[in-house]
Every structure is written in C-alpha cells, then in structure tokens.
Design a protein around this ligand. Structure first.
Ligand SMILES: [Zn+2]
Length: 300
C-alpha cells in the first residue's frame, strides 16, 4: 500500500568491548601522567602551555615542542553551565556543573565536571581542585571531577554548664515551680519588677516586698524567629516582651497558640503552664503565652 511515510530502519553502531585506538605520543603522555596522578600540558613553540596537550598548536599550526609541564593541580573556572538532571554517561549521577577550568600554569582551559552541590557554589572565578578516582587506568575518567576549594567548615559547638540562680532569681524560679510570677515592689518609687530582683534600678533601694503577679499581660514588642530553638514548638516562632498586669517592666517569653504573623503589639496574652506535676523551678514550666481574646491594649 502506498504511504507518504519515508522508509526507515533502526540501526545501532557498537564496538563490543570498545573501540581501540592509539593515543599518539602527546595524548599518551597526558594519560600516562594522569594515571600517576599528575596533570601535564605541553609547551608550544611560542611558549604557551596547552592543557590538555595537543600535537599541533591550534593558533599557529606548528608542532608543539615536546616539553611537558606539570600544571595545577588546582585551577580556576572560566565558564560553567549547571546540569540539574544528569544523563546516562555523565560523569556524576547528581546535579553538577560542566566547566572550563584553567589549571594553574596552563594557558588553555579544559572541560570537566565540577561537583559543587548547588549552582550557587560555582561560577567564573571559582577555584577548584581535582578529585581523583581510587584506581587509575590512564583514562580521562581517572579524574572523577573537580570540586570547589574548601573555604568553610562546620564545627560542632556544644558547651554544658551549670548556672546557679542566685538569691533573687532563685525566688522567682521557685515561684515559677508553683505556677506564679513573683515580682518585687520598690518601697521608694513603688515600681514592680518581674522577675523579682533585690534592688531598684531607678532609686537604688533594696527591695524587700515580694508580690505575686497574675499570668496575664500585654505584648509590648516581639520578634518572629526563623531559626529552630529547642524551647520553641516549631519554626517560625515568636518571642516577645510581655508586660504582666501590675508590673512596670516587661519580661521575655515565647508566644504560642497563634500564627506568628497574627502576633501584634498590644495583644493580650495569658501564661500557658505545663501540667502541675511536670513543673520545675525553670522557665520551661511556662510553655508560652497565648492570646486571651480580649481587645488589644493601646500602648503608649
Ligand atoms: Zn525604686
């Protein structure tokens, strides 16, 4: 039956076991040096160093000198293209960059893969170092890839210490353990400080009178935090200065039970305590402050 479709047939060209060819003296030297873990170029009659080496200078057509020069091992990326989805046959099975890399001491750049992790980690000017294959055979793949120079490290930091609460803080935390906020009232100016303290920063008098404050207050200022904190339930979380009713200075605490973006200045809040049998003389006994639902307070 006649058809408009052209006649086609599918073919595969393949050399089982691979196609063997000789390298010639120049590429052969380059690959032999690779097997030994070295990178070499060849010097041209004009004194330039070609990497990878060629038998003829592409600029002049003249044969190269036969003088081999060790280059690198580090180099500088002169141009690159990010490969977000590697294909079969690519040197890496994760996203990487193809880059033109000018090895130190070379006058030309070679193409190779840079294992940079993310596209922002490689650009023209990035310094890179070779990553060698464990067992080298004298093939370009003896160079697994290049990797950006190490410019930063992450060190685990942890220090454990015991903080002794001292007199005033001890009084306050003992109150927290009982589910109350203990403040101190200055006999001179009448100001109420919470947490409880031993002397008045206004008039310098020693504070003798303790007062227990309710668990309600008003948010005076707050911050939305986007870094995780073991004391906070999730990210983002809100830490706030809360002026407890009857106090003259605010105290810092978490705000919860409300989306971070709904927290406002002047919002009325109430302390949410952990269950009574879990309370200890520590701020962990106050889970956070949650909105009471009362109208906002106008802050001066
Ligand atoms: Zn005072």
């Amino acid at each position: 039956m006649p058809s408009d479709e052209p006649l086609t047939a599918e073919h595969v060209l393949e050399f089982p076991g691979g196609y063997t060819r000789t390298t010639g003296p120049v590429i052969g030297r380059f690959l032999t040096e690779l097997r030994a873990g070295r990178l070499v170029g060849v010097r041209t009659a004009e004194g330039r160093v070609l990497v990878p080496p060629l038998e003829y200078d592409p600029a002049t057509g003249e044969p190269v000198t036969g003088e081999y020069v060790e280059v690198g091992p580090a180099g500088t990326v002169t141009a690159c293209a990010w490969v977000p989805e590697p294909l079969d046959g690519h040197p890496l099975d994760r996203p990487f960059a193809w880059a033109l890399i000018k090895l130190d001491g070379a006058d030309t750049a070679l193409v190779h893969a840079v294992d940079a992790g993310n596209p922002k980690a490689v650009a023209a000017g990035t310094r890179v170092w070779p990553v060698w294959r464990g067992e080298r055979t004298g093939h370009i793949t003896d160079l697994s890839c290049f990797a950006p120079e190490v410019t930063k490290i992450v060190s685990p930091v942890r220090s454990a210490y015991t903080l002794r609460a001292g007199g005033a803080l001890g009084v306050f935390l003992e109150g927290i353990g009982r589910g109350v906020f203990v403040g101190g009232r200055c006999g001179g100016c009448g100001k109420v400080y919470v947490p409880y303290r031993l002397s008045c920063p206004e008039c310098g008098l020693r504070i003798a009178e303790r007062t227990e404050l309710p668990g309600t207050g008003t948010v005076t200022t707050f911050a939305i935090n986007n870094l995780p904190d073991p004391r906070a339930p999730e990210v983002p979380f809100v830490s706030a200065y809360i002026l407890l009713d009857g106090a003259d200075v605010p105290m810092i605490a978490l705000v919860g039970g409300v989306p971070a973006h709904e927290v406002r200045h002047g919002m009325r809040v109430r302390a949410v305590w952990v269950p009574e049998d879990e309370r200890t003389p520590s701020m962990a006994s106050v889970r956070w402050f949650a909105p009471t639902g009362e109208p906002d307070v106008e802050l001066s």
